[in-house]
Write a protein that binds this ligand. Structure first.
Ligand SMILES: CCCCC/C=C/C(=O)SCCNC(=O)CCNC(=O)[C@H](O)C(C)(C)COP(=O)(O)OP(=O)(O)OC[C@H]1O[C@@H](n2cnc3c(N)ncnc32)[C@H](O)[C@@H]1OP(=O)(O)O
Length: 301
């Protein structure tokens, strides 16, 4: 496996052992960032690009699933595997989650994974969503969402699972619009929304499936900071460095103390949650709503 070491703008390739990210591994030079001033190791699967600054222990995970980073089975598996590998890597202290394609952070679940599929398929798909969430929400690392574009539904889920959210200013939206597709957000997703913006605002937002422009999202507390899109990554790196001034152990134990109840609740009710999702999503009326939503997306052009 190769590592890229960047120094003074030059990049050398050398072969060392790094973590595997699934079988479909291809290596690409990592995008330039402030981290390139340190020792930068980089590896990637096709749909997730990972680079890690060895000096600071900060990893950047870039979703790379064109055209809109929709969360299909392959991306969910790669993200989970990547989060788990970084979790195991003792030298890793923080993770920045972003999109390799600015303007869309993540378009949410891949709607095609929910359309005209068997109940078993849908149930297995939902378990992959649950497992990916468990690994990110329950991470010991500092997790920072660098939201460099739209972040509806599952994109908002990813962002909420992180410790801090930095979003691009401008005409980008974030929120939980599930009801617009005739879908019902599960208890653990609803709870993260309540924890971020408070009960009343979350209740309203969830009922009407609201998508907020980034300035309204900041006002509600759905995101923590707004910056120009070209600065999202740099500001995320600066913010992470501030968080890393706090001793890891105390920070991680405190984080786990507040997240354990929700993590445990999902672990306990995993099968029930899968069954609810499977039964709801495969209902005929919901399938019709999904079809209409897909048609609307296509008709946009
Ligand atoms: C039951 C509880 C579940 C709770 C958890 C979460 C649920 C979900 O996540 S459901 C998914 C909800 N997602 C959305 O509503 C977003 C839909 N997409 C958009 O609004 C836009 O695509 C955009 C704002 C994210 C980006 O806009 P733009 O850059 O203009 O790109 P296009 O709309 O032209 O899309 C390009 C291409 O991608 C297809 N597509 C978009 N989103 C999805 C998706 N989520 N799943 C599958 N496919 C998607 C879109 O149809 C276009 O396809 P083509 O026409 O074939 O090019």
């Amino acid at each position: 496996m190769a590592t890229f070491i960047a120094s003074g703008g030059r990049v050398w390739r050398k072969f060392v052992k790094t973590f595997p990210l699934g079988s479909n591994l291809s290596l690409k030079r990592s995008p330039t960032s402030a981290l390139a001033n340190g020792r930068l190791s980089s590896t990637s699967s096709e749909n997730v690009l990972v680079s890690k600054d060895e000096k600071s222990g900060i990893a950047t995970v870039r979703m790379n699933n064109p055209p809109v980073n929709s969360l299909n089975t392959a991306l969910l598996l790669s993200l989970r595997s990547c989060f788990e590998e970084l979790e195991k890597d003792k030298s890793c202290r923080a993770l920045i989650l972003t999109s390799n394609k600015p303007k869309v952070f993540c378009a949410g679940l891949d709607i095609l994974e929910l359309y005209q599929k068997s109940p078993d398929y849908v149930g297995q798909f939902w378990e992959k969503v649950q497992d990916m969430w468990l690994s990110l929400y329950g991470s010991r690392l500092v997790t920072m969402a660098a939201i460099n574009g739209h972040s509806p539904a599952g994109g908002c889920l990813l962002s909420l699972a992180c410790d801090y959210r930095i979003m691009a200013e401008g005409n980008f939206v974030i929120g939980l619009n599930e009801t617009q597709l005739d879908l019902v957000a599960p208890f653990w997703l609803r709870q993260m929304m309540v924890d971020a913006i408070g009960y009343r605002q979350a209740e309203m937002a969830l009922m009407v499936g609201a998508l907020y422009p980034s300035n309204k999202a900041l006002q509600l507390g759905l995101v923590d900071k707004l910056v120009p899109i070209e600065d999202v990554q740099t500001v995320a790196e600066e913010e992470v460095k501030n968080w890393l001034k706090i001793p890891d152990q105390a920070r991680a134990i405190t984080k786990m103390a507040s997240r354990k109840p929700l993590l445990d609740e999902l672990r306990k009710r995993k099968q029930e949650d899968i069954q609810t999702f499977r039964d709801e999503t495969t209902r005929e009326s919901v399938q019709l709503s999904i079809q209409q939503y897909l048609d609307k997306l296509k008709a946009k052009k």
